[in-house]
Design a protein around this ligand. Structure first.
Ligand SMILES: Nc1ncnc2c1ncn2[C@@H]1O[C@H](COP(=O)(O)OP(=O)(O)O)[C@@H](O)[C@H]1O
Ligand SMILES: [Mg+2]
Length: 325
């Protein structure tokens, strides 16, 4: 099922003042589409999806925006209605698998709890389905895992269990926040292959948050590039990677080390987000800065079919093509 996010704004109250973490984010996840959100650490990726899924804690407020999923606005919805959607129609895979598992309950009970919150099934049937799903995610001794506890699992195994839990009710949208950051590279690949295969086989949609451009290149159809709580660029992965339009996307792609090529770090630092942001937030690090960038927030506009960018430049003319590596 498709998700349409419009103008999400989220702030936090802190002892140091307000933090404007997300500043008007819009994007879509179409039916059957795998979309990646990328950006440096602190760019508002997690806050964006937590806002959509009703997972913002008390110090945070969503001050504007809508997130339409199957005709319903998740932002305006009461939390108990949203809880019904989360888990059943939207499967969420969090960054830390151990945080998502209860340490004192047998895993079999956690599968029962997840299923029973949404469906009327008896324990035997839930067990049968849980064993099948654990097999699907590559767990070789599902009986043993199901009858044990989270602390008996390795990080990779725990993440597989979390994926199995998230997919138990066959959600139409899978949302994953850096699902493999804690895992070693081989396990990372196995897990991402697994999630993306399950999503594609079932013609489901997926939104995956990552700071790893390689993950986007390998698994996603479209990419949303975020910076300081704003969308800088949005388009098909192949096109954006071949020819990024936004100077930030260009810098990000250039910073990826290729074989035999040193990593180029981005100059400058992220601006502080403690006041209502004005103008382009990338301007201090942008080699193409103009006067207008200080005063006017560039709107996210469609540059060519399916490609959006928030930049005052005539990007097709003025931003250089990424030199192929
Ligand atoms: N609970 C919170 N209180 C205050 N600031 C927060 C809170 N959660 C996130 N932030 C701030 O919001 C910004 C975006 O954070 P986040 O969405 O976690 O970034 P990302 O997931 O892209 O690394 C950061 O500046 C972060 O410090
Ligand atoms: Mg995050």
């Amino acid at each position: 099922m498709s998700l349409h996010v419009r103008d999400i704004e989220t702030r936090f109250r802190t002892t140091a003042g307000e933090v404007h973490a997300v500043n008007g984010v819009s994007f879509d996840v179409g039916d059957g589409e795998l979309v990646g959100i990328v950006g440096e650490s602190g760019s508002g990726k997690s806050v964006t999806i937590n806002s959509i899924l009703g997972l913002i804690r008390t110090s945070g407020t969503i001050t504007s925006g809508t997130a339409t999923f199957g005709g319903r606005d998740l932002i305006a919805m009461r939390s108990r209605d949203l809880r019904k959607i989360r888990g059943a129609e939207i499967g969420f895979i969090a960054q830390n698998p151990f945080g998502a598992l209860n340490p004192v309950l047998r895993l079999s009970r956690q599968f029962e709890n997840v299923v029973r919150a949404h469906r009327r099934l008896d324990r035997k049937e839930i067990r049968r389905q849980a064993l099948a799903m654990l097999g699907h995610v590559g767990i070789h001794q599902p009986e043993r895992v199901l009858d044990g506890y989270a602390h008996e699992l390795s990080g990779g195994m725990a993440q597989r269990v979390v994926i199995a839990l998230a997919l138990m009710l066959d959600p139409t949208l899978v949302v994953a926040d850096e699902p493999t950051t804690a895992l070693d590279v081989t396990v990372q690949k196995q897990i991402l292959d697994l999630i993306s295969t399950l999503v594609r086989e079932r013609e489901r949609s997926m939104l995956i948050i990552t700071h790893d451009l390689g993950v986007v290149a390998n698994y996603c159809d479209r990419v949303v590039v975020m910076y300081c709580g704003r969308v800088m660029e949005d388009g098909p992965v192949r096109e954006v990677f071949r020819r990024p339009y936004h100077p930030y996307a260009l810098a990000l792609l250039r910073s990826v080390p290729r074989a035999g090529q040193a990593l180029q770090t981005l100059g400058g630092r992220l601006p502080k987000l403690n006041a209502q942001p004005v103008g382009c937030l990338f301007r201090d690090r942008c080699p193409y800065r103009m006067d207008v960038c200080d005063r006017v927030t560039p709107p996210l506009r469609e540059v060519s079919p399916g490609r959006k960018v928030s930049c005052h430049l005539d990007v097709e003319q003025e931003v250089p093509t990424l030199v192929a590596g």
